[in-house]
Design a protein around this ligand. Structure first.
Ligand code: GGG
Length: 327
């Protein structure tokens, strides 16, 4: 049976890097693609950022490849993650030979809680000039992300696991998160450290080699992974998987990059590496490894887009990745 992949490029450079990733996918496996709309431009044209049809297609597809959303991110990405039943957002951040990195020793994977925290979407204006936000943390979601994070570290050979939190200030919500992650760690006999997320930001910058898997609440995972992108050469390099029980959505960590959108010079690496994660999810492990190796070869030898100091276009880099698949 040919698996169906829903393709949602979204806005800005999503329109450039997602077709590039699909081109790479199409050159390694035979999949069926269904394209759907979402994002700022869709809202401007139809009044809805995420049409019901796009949501439905995401629930039915075997996997979704998403690009980026700008101002409508909360109306698009959060429901799409929910459509695939995602509870974990996996964001690997590693340095590559050939890419000028602030910290070449970086090899991190953020395992980010993907359903609640301050991204639960409960905000109000309770009076003129006074706004509130409700931070949701449940034992169930904390347990689920902890089990996923510890298991991921074990299965992927990461010796270091760190639990990021701010339980000294958000005593009730992060208190429950930390207590639950501790309980799971103890049940699994896992070895792990705990770190206050603000101090962790500094330590990741100074000594990333001391860290491996970082289990974190939703907002912390979003922020710390962007920090890690800065350690390895930029957001153009970070893929991600939004993992559910049996469905998943894959997207580059970067957003729409309006400053370069439409110029044809966006780095497709993050989207292509997200496509490699999608291949793995669909059971094409060998093909996923082939795509990763090819991306690594191109990062090592070029061509490079301007964010990595080169003058290549998105099309040049994509063609080079496809060309090196046979190496
Ligand atoms: N492809 C990622 C994207 O569109 N990022 C924009 C953004 O605001 N993301 C928030 C999140 O990942 O939770």
């Amino acid at each position: 049976m040919t698996e169906t992949v829903l393709v949602v490029p979204g806005d800005g450079i999503g329109q450039e890097v997602v077709p590039a990733a699909v081109e790479v996918l199409a050159s390694v496996v035979d999949l069926e693609y269904v394209e759907a709309e979402a994002g700022d431009a869709t809202e401007a044209a139809t009044g809805e950022a995420l049409p019901a049809e796009t949501y439905r297609l995401a629930t039915e597809a075997d996997a979704t490849l998403f690009g980026a959303a700008g101002e409508t991110a909360a109306d698009v990405i959060l429901p799409l993650r929910e459509a695939v039943g995602s509870f974990a957002n996996l964001r690997p951040a590693r340095a590559y030979p050939g890419v000028d990195a602030l910290r070449p020793e970086t090899d991190l994977v953020f395992v980010r809680e993907n359903t609640e925290g301050v991204y639960a979407g409960i905000e109000s204006e309770i009076a003129a000039g006074v706004t509130t936000l409700t931070r949701v943390v449940t034992e169930d979601a904390s347990r689920r992300i902890a089990e996923y994070g510890f298991t991921y570290a074990e299965e992927n050979g990461y010796a270091s696991v760190t639990v990021a939190h701010k339980a000294n200030v958000m005593r009730t919500t992060d208190g429950l998160f930390l207590e639950t992650v501790r309980a799971v760690g103890d049940e699994l006999g896992a070895d792990y450290d705990e770190a206050l997320m603000d101090a962790l930001a500094m330590h990741l910058l100074l000594r990333p080699e001391e860290y491996g898997v970082v289990i974190c609440p939703n907002l912390a995972g979003d922020v710390l992974s962007d920090l890690a992108a800065g350690l390895v050469g930029g957001l153009g390099l970070l893929p991600s998987a939004n993992v559910g029980a049996d469905n998943a959505l894959f997207e580059p960590v970067h957003g729409t990059a309006p400053d370069i959108a439409g110029e044809g010079v966006a780095n497709p690496t993050a989207a292509i590496l997200s496509a490699a994660m999608l291949l793995e999810h669909l059971g094409y492990g060998e093909e996923a490894t082939g795509v990763r190796r090819s991306v690594e070869a191109v990062l090592a030898d070029g061509p490079h887009t301007p964010d990595l100091g080169g003058d290549a276009t998105t099309t040049d880099v994509t063609a080079a990745v496809i060309d090196r698949l046979g190496d």
